[in-house]
Design a protein around this ligand. Structure first.
Ligand code: G3H
Ligand code: 13P
Ligand code: ZN
Length: 334
């Protein structure tokens, strides 16, 4: 594929977007997408709420959908947003959990406006070395770079860790200075997927039987902010795992016992701080799955994908709007 700059595709990087968000006390939504329906729902939600948005693509998404197709979908997203009446769409195409210099370079060369290099599983000095190399390449093309310090429990694409290791606030200044990264993902107790805590880490509500997760480590976040005042901080693993979706899934043939996420009130609190990018993927998967399972239970005779993917797209759009307006506060910022 011919090299192309994201600027020609109508995309933007995260620089101004993050500066505005940190100042304004809100966070930009970073929604993962793998399918056309997710892309459409993200764009519709962003346009209707007048929100900037980060559309992010994981290594797994590139493998599933094909990197070229995803890139054109993001370009299509900009045009679609304009068609829906948005004069100045603020859409970032971001690589989520880039695992090597080569993957980041390939994305930059094909029109991504932002990349993450996830060296969080490497020793500190190696994480710095790798991140610095990606930053040097990315900045030549005005592409912004997210790095990560600290380890999230669970699966980080193909890297998995049994336990989380909170970011050490005493390391962040050296890391940010030496790498030149534009934003930093930190570990304060979030994790990927629909099972963010084990039942033994939670309390259980006596009436509903639902798990009540432990609070995030806001002390660590505060200490990081103190070290790096105004620096853009990113939270991964920030799905809330809405229990209404879990219930619909379980009542319609699914099996997600004790699925639990991060309470939205805690994300709202984080969004008001230097956290200016909040990553949400699992909640969209749950919305889609709940809608499809319910649809099939109610219409066993249907088999046209448009019949069940249409309601799934609507449900995802509802979820994205809810996150933007009620959790992140990024609405009316265009
Ligand atoms: O970081 C995890 C994201 O939810 C992406 O997940 O690697 O299964 O596409 P994935
Ligand atoms: P969730 O699994 O909590 O949605 O996190 C997504 C994420 O961090 C993508 O990088
Ligand atoms: Zn992540």
């Amino acid at each position: 594929m011919k090299k192309v700059s994201y600027k020609e595709l109508g995309l933007v990087n995260t620089k101004k977007m993050f500066a505005k968000a940190v100042k304004g006390g809100y966070a930009i939504p970073a929604f993962n997408f793998n399918t056309m329906e997710q892309m459409q729902a993200i764009v519709q939600a962003a346009v209707e709420t007048k929100s900037p948005v980060i559309m992010q693509v994981s290594k797994g998404a590139r493998k599933y959908a094909n990197p070229t197709i995803l890139r054109y979908m993001a370009q299509g997203a900009v045009e679609y947003a304009k068609e829906l009446g948005c004069k100045n769409p603020q859409i970032v195409l971001h690589l989520d959990h880039g695992d090597s210099f080569e993957t980041c370079k390939s994305c930059i060369d094909m029109g991504f406006s932002s990349v993450m290099i996830d060296g969080s599983s490497l020793p500190f000095a190696e994480n710095i070395k790798l991140t610095k190399k990606v930053v040097a390449y990315a900045h030549k093309y005005d592409v912004t770079v997210e790095a990560e310090l600290g380890v999230l429990a669970g699966v980080e694409d193909e890297v998995s860790a049994a336990e989380s290791h909170y970011t050490k606030p005493e390391e962040v200044v050296e890391f940010a200075t030496k790498t030149g990264c534009d934003s930093l993902a930190i570990s304060i107790g979030t994790s990927h997927g629909a099972y963010k805590f084990k039942p033994e880490q939670c309390k259980r509500d006596e009436k509903t039987g639902l798990l009540i997760p432990p609070p995030l480590a806001f002390g660590v976040l505060k200490a990081v902010e103190k070290q790096l005042p105004g620096f853009p901080i990113v939270l991964h693993g920030s799905s809330s795992v809405p229990q209404e979706y879990v219930k619909i899934i379980n009542e319609n043939g699914g099996k997600l016992p004790d699925a639990v996420g991060i309470p939205e009130a805690q994300l709202r609190k984080a969004a008001k701080s230097a956290v200016c990018k909040i990553n949400i993927d699992s909640d969209s998967r749950l919305a889609m799955t709940a809608a499809v399972r319910q649809y099939f239970a109610q219409h066993p005779e249907h088999f046209d994908p448009r019949q069940y993917l249409g309601p799934a797209r609507e449900e995802m759009k509802k979820l994205y709007i809810h996150k933007i307006v009620k959790v992140l506060g990024s609405n009316d910022k265009l």
